[in-house]
Design a protein around this ligand. Structure first.
Ligand code: IMP
Ligand code: MG
Length: 332
């Protein structure tokens, strides 16, 4: 029987420190399962365990805590990259026997990767991991499922979830296939309702942890984040202070002042109950405090800016139970 489900989701364009939040929750909440419900190794999660940094792309954060870690049926798996990640985790002393894949997950092939690299990566700024061609073939009902890929046989798991479950979002609300700035989106459902594809009803959901940053960033191409942003000295300073480079691609992310309207929409769209806004220390270190709320608003101090955000979110999003402003990943 399912006791409850908690979900961590991104409230922006990915890179909102979801890895940090799932790691913190996995450590303290006693979950039976930590699950990924969408996407593939286009994601990049950075977690800190006992002060040491680890980066994963596909494998849920539960593995760092010995919790069963499930890759769900709506995910796409590149078997070679998956096995590399297993080897990386084992080399670092983690038990990988808790990692399982749904037989219904779809396989990213070398052909998918080549097509993505040669076509979509240039046109749309994708991560070139074969994600769009794989989901396309899945939708056209000519894809290959994990159950038919012999390399993955030892990892297949076709049982029902039970107990306490944490669902780990990938990407973010504004990269969702339906809600993002199409076609500059990813090919999966990044919103929390997509987590139900793991095999539980919406009523089982308890908390939704919405993760955001104190400024907006975008990796990849998006007309809403023009190249000219890379010439703005204040924004570049934030990018440097915040180490805004992609975990998966190493590309420089474009930075904008936090768009409060978008954040409020994302909180309401995802139904987030607990909001975590990270990297406040980065903005503090630059000494310039601005957000976009119909127009650009400058603040005298970081505290003024945070209380403005807090008041606006609470008055515009009725489901919010808590708002936490946090720091860079390693500082929690
Ligand atoms: P794809 O998911 O590789 O097809 O890439 C589509 C778009 O989503 C591109 O703009 C990518 O930069 C972006 N994207 C995909 N995954 C992530 C992620 O984990 N973090 C940030 N951006 C991502
Ligand atoms: Mg990430």
């Amino acid at each position: 029987m399912i006791e409850h489900v908690d979900i961590v989701c991104g409230l922006a364009w990915g890179d909102e420190a979801k890895g940090k939040i799932t790691s913190e929750l996995s450590a303290k909440e006693n979950y039976d399962f930590v699950c990924r419900w969408s996407g593939g190794n286009n994601a990049g999660h950075t977690v800190y365990i006992s002060g040491k940094q680890y980066k994963t792309h596909m494998i849920p954060t539960g593995v760092f805590y010995g919790i069963k870690s499930i890759i769900g049926p709506a995910c796409v798996v590149d078997p070679f990259s998956f096995l590399e990640e297993i080897a990386y985790l084992e080399k670092n002393g983690f038990d990988t026997s808790c990692i399982k894949i749904s037989p219904k997950a779809h396989i990213v092939t070398q052909t998918h990767i080549r097509e993505d690299r040669e076509q979509y990566h240039k046109q749309l700024g994708t991560t070139a991991r074969g994600i769009a061609p794989c989901y396309r073939d899945k939708a056209a009902r000519k894809g290959c499922q994990a159950k038919d890929e012999s390399l993955l046989a030892p990892y297949l798991w076709d049982e029902k979830l039970y107990g306490r479950i944490l669902c780990e979002g990938a990407q973010g609300a504004w990269l969702d296939l339906d809600y993002g700035n199409y076609p500059y989106v990813t090919s999966s459902v990044t919103l929390p309702y997509g987590a139900c594809s793991l095999g539980f009803p919406p009523q089982a959901i308890r908390n939704i942890y919405g993760s955001a940053k104190i400024y907006d960033t975008r990796s990849g191409i998006d007309p809403d984040f023009p190249e000219s942003l890379l010439a703005d000295k204040q924004l570049l300073k934030i990018a440097d202070a915040g180490c805004e480079y992609g975990v998966t691609t190493g590309r420089r992310r474009k930075v904008k002042w936090l768009n409060l309207h978008k954040l409020i929409d994302a909180v309401n769209l995802t139904g987030s109950t607990h909001i975590i806004i990270s990297k406040t220390d980065v903005i503090k270190s630059t000494g310039v405090f601005k957000i976009w709320d119909s127009h650009l608003i400058p603040f005298e101090s970081i505290d003024d800016m945070l209380s403005y955000i807090d008041v606006r979110l609470r008055s515009s999003c009725s489901l919010i139970k808590s708002i936490r402003f946090s720091y860079s990943p390693e500082r929690i």
